[in-house]
Design a protein around this ligand. Sequence first.
Ligand code: CA
Length: 440
Amino acid sequence: MNLLSKKSLIVPAALMMLSAGNAFAKKNNPNIVIIMADDLGYADLSCYGSKKINTPNIDRLAAEGVKFSDFHSNGAVCSPTRAALLTGKYQQRTGITGVVTAASHRDVGLDLAEVTFADMMKQAGYVTGMFGKWHVGYPEKYNPVYQGFDEYIGYVSGNVDYHAHIDQEGYEDWWKQNKLQKETGYSTDLISKHAVDFIKRHKDEPFLLYIPHESPHGPMQGRNTPAFREIGKKKVDVKRSREENLVILKEMIEVMDEGIGNVMRTLEDLNLDDNTLIFFCSDNGGAKYADNTPLRAGKGSAYEGGHRVAGIFKWKGKIKPSTTDNTALTMDVLPTIADIIGVDAPKGIDGVSLKNLLFKGKDLNDRDLFWQMNNKMAMRSGNWKLVYYPNDKKAELYDLGSDIGEKNNLAEKQPQRTKEMTEKLQAWYKEVTKDAKKKS
Ligand SMILES: [Ca+2]
């Protein structure tokens, strides 16, 4: 869809008619809630093995839904995964292949011509709200309200001071719709509060609620950590021991879990939980203080620790509680929603619907999956994992079935498989970047 045709969707009169008609026709369509943690370690939830961090509410989502052991973020850092979530495509097609940084990317953003899941659902008659981190464009013209979200409160950078709401470069960064607006509070609590308020206000109509949390991305700040960023000043580091930071990390994740619990209870109190799909994931692997056990490396890496993340879908009465080792990616969320609400997904997407897996336990068809971040690339074909460094033309091959920690490089023992996978990975990269203008 080009920019012109997308813009034609937002002609107010036409949209009002469309919304009214669809809202009536699809009154029983499920509400969709998408919750994304930021830089959460694979083992930083108790339901994924943490012995230190208590996440009873996310644990309940996992116990009452489908818990993936092999879910992946499309990127190993923030912005690329968000571009893939929003569009259902490999992010390379959108040009957002790296972090949209506060220092060097203040004038780029996700092209408005991209059709996001919010555009798709708005067109299907949903009211759409987003509370939290955007990170696919700083300028006002790339604000979420121009990408299908009726309501937006949050920040557009990669991270803000949790109290002062100032980005790494010293810019004020807390928005209500497309305007900067100061608000007092701890960002994780504000995000949860606005999400709950949105549900209460829209309980009588189908809604999409996107909750991209700041937690547990740095800066490491709990509810009572004083603000330390100031407008006009670049970020400063607070000196603390690793142990002190681990205490704060635990609080950051537990406060997010508490807010997710408030969202879940609000849905239950309003008798919406049997008509609401909730999805939870992280945007990439855990960073410096995270626990990614048993995976190798973490955020930014082409090893599993960079991109294998928690992934949970819950829908009371529709999804039978279970665990699955099917491999899925962030870009599968959009086509899954399209399939569930009965609309056509936008053309040219790469993700696949997980509906039959979620509802019927039917395994996904085999498919090759690919990652690329700066000078690192990776590919999965079943349990085979290729890690490739294009600058050095160096390939590593792992059998995740017996070596989840990617310790035993089999590239020399299996030259043919390594060669074939490398060629497929290179062909994929050529294809997904052929029409894309690189933005980050
Ligand atoms: Ca992140």
